[in-house]
Design a protein around this ligand. Structure first.
Ligand code: GLN
Length: 463
């Protein structure tokens, strides 16, 4: 066991979880660097940090307690955490939203809308509460909602699934991800991820004891380096984790990319876990579900949620769709993680998923207008903007402004310009891979987006 005090002292812990990535070894494959991380050996990264600027970021138990309860006074003690999570600190989204508040900055960081979800869904939740739908839901979901998930999946993908045996309702997609990893991955199993990746993937893979193999997607198009993928996938691979449309880049996996990944997964008997929470925010091409490719349904867990599609990120309603033999593992983990998810919200979510096509069309239209404001604005400010096909994110290269890395740039952006973006280095096993890139979100009202662009035009100067 490492010295727990080191935890409070090492500078690498200041940025939060993934800057202090521990790289067990790196080696070259087809001229690309592959990073593999094991959970047993740890080495400190010297990548810089933003955490120091956080208001009251706790480093001791005393700090943590007094934040929760101003009057409590106890002797300071080092924070404690199990080894499997010792490198994972406050998520970058929480860090950046706290900094936005502290500095009065416009928050184009964390991906939550600053506008409300639709009335018909909110009304359905109120009605469900009034109707007394307030006790535990069935563990794997309220039957009406499981039905609605299956019906939506059929409409979107053409696949017919059994709502009773193949749909598991979870507390947001984040729980679906955790339940999938914990329910289907054994310690030591190899799992391939594409960097940059959403932060919870690495944390939950770490909880499951997986050996993470990361393949970096690079700008401008973030295409899958197929030769590298082919050289890494093997009979030792348990699963490949994909995310399309992709957070943070906005990349959408093309049919060609999905087909090659699919055929290599079939050849090597590998599972696919696919996070498709931005499927309704597909702007430049049609979204393709991996499960719909020939031979793939039987080896795929498809994860999704209500939050992005209905601008209700705080409801935390998600689900996993998988054939019965994989659903078993997901449900076993889910049963002991959360057991069941909010009952009235599931009733309302069933109404949401049965929304008419016009709802989804309007959502896309609204987001296209927002996207245009942000993307044109970022070009005008002087960023190199990479094309985003889906999601409500866009990634830019900040180097025209002369900062050493994404952390330094974001720090300047918050303190001197008054805008928050997300540094992307936290989404890589090797933070250096993301040092030139930052992510902005356009899930904010148009006035907010315009004000952020104005601030940047006025105060950001190219070097
Ligand atoms: N998915 C959101 C984003 O990428 C954040 C979710 C969270 O804060 N955990 O911004």
């Amino acid at each position: 066991m490492s010295n727990p005090l080191a935890h409070t002292l090492k500078p690498s812990s200041l940025l939060g979880f993934s800057i202090s990535k521990q790289l067990q070894f790196k080696r070259s494959i087809n001229n690309s660097t592959v990073y593999t991380r094991s959970n047993s050996r740890r080495r400190i990264s010297h990548y810089p940090s933003l955490m120091a600027s956080l208001p009251g970021a706790p480093t001791t138990e005393k700090d943590a307690v007094s934040i929760q309860n101003g009057s409590t006074q106890i002797e300071p003690r080092p924070l404690q955490v199990a080894k499997r999570l010792e490198n994972f600190k406050t998520t970058i989204f929480t860090q950046m939203s706290m900094l936005a508040i502290k500095h009065g900055a416009i928050n184009l960081g964390q991906g939550f809308p600053n506008f409300d979800g639709p009335e018909f869904v909110k009304e359905a939740a109120i009605q469900a509460i009034k109707d007394g739908k307030n006790q535990y839901a069935r563990g794997y979901g309220v039957a009406e909602f499981n039905d609605a998930v299956a019906a939506r999946f059929r409409k979107d993908t053409g696949l017919v699934v059994d709502p009773e045996k193949e749909v598991t309702v979870t507390t947001g997609c984040t729980e679906a991800i955790a339940a999938t990893m914990l329910g289907l991955i054994n310690p030591g199993d190899e799992v391939i991820v594409f960097a940059p990746f959403y932060d919870s993937y690495q944390a939950t893979l770490s909880m499951a004891g997986a050996k993470i193999r990361s393949i970096t997607l690079r700008p401008p198009d973030f295409a899958v380096p197929i030769d590298q993928f082919r050289s890494i996938i093997s009979k030792n691979t348990r699963a490949v984790l994909i995310n399309t449309p992709h957070n943070p880049t906005g990349k959408m996996f093309s049919r060609e990319e999905l087909s090659i990944i699919a055929s290599l997964c079939i050849e090597n008997d590998v599972l696919v876990f696919t996070d498709e929470v931005y499927d309704k925010l597909a702007f430049e091409m049609d979204h393709i579900s991996m499960a719909s490719l020939p031979g793939m349904y039987e080896r795929t867990v498809t994860m999704n949620s209500l939050g992005k599609t209905f601008s209700l990120t705080g409801w935390k309603i998600g689900w996993a769709i998988a054939p019965p033999h994989l659903t078993w593992g997901v449900r076993q983990a889910h049963s002991f993680l959360t057991f069941a998810t909010s009952t009235p919200m599931q009733w309302a979510a069933a109404v949401a998923l049965r929304a008419p096509d016009s709802y989804f069309e309007e959502l896309k239209r609204d987001y296209l207008a927002k996207k245009a404001i942000l993307v044109e604005g970022l070009h005008a400010v002087g960023f190199k903007v990479f094309p985003s096909s889906g999601t409500y994110f866009v990634v830019v290269d900040h180097t025209p402004f002369g900062f050493e890395n994404d952390i330094a740039f974001c720090e300047h952006l918050i303190k001197e310009v008054g805008v928050v973006a997300i540094p992307t280095s936290v989404f890589y096993l090797n933070p250096e891979d993301g040092k030139n890139l930052v992510r902005f979100t356009f899930c904010k009202d148009e006035e907010t987006l315009r004000s952020a662009v104005e601030r940047m035009k006025e105060k950001l100067k190219r070097k």
